[in-house]
Write a protein that binds this ligand. Structure first.
Ligand SMILES: [Zn+2]
Length: 80
């Protein structure tokens, strides 16, 4: 969560990319290619797996919430 904006974002690990690759999820939007092609361009899906993973983690309490300055949150969203 960003401060002082209180915007919530999630960093979801990429299953297909090696190393510490992560995707940035902000609300129902994700920065991955699947979100762009399957959700936005073709409209064949309502969400990508990263958005679903963030929702499930939140629902079962499997996520960890950290409050960071908005500048740090912005870097997460830009870098993915
Ligand atoms: Zn995604």
């Amino acid at each position: 969560m960003g401060a002082p904006s209180r915007r919530a974002a999630a960093a979801v690990a990429s299953a297909s990319s090696a190393g510490a690759a992560r995707h940035a999820v902000l609300g129902s939007h994700c920065d991955c290619e699947s979100f762009y092609y399957d959700v936005i361009a073709r409209g064949e899906a309502g969400a990508c797996k990263h958005v679903l993973a963030a929702r499930v983690a939140r629902a079962v309490g499997g996520d960890s919430v950290e409050t960071v300055p908005d500048e740090v949150l912005a870097r997460l969203l830009i870098a993915g």
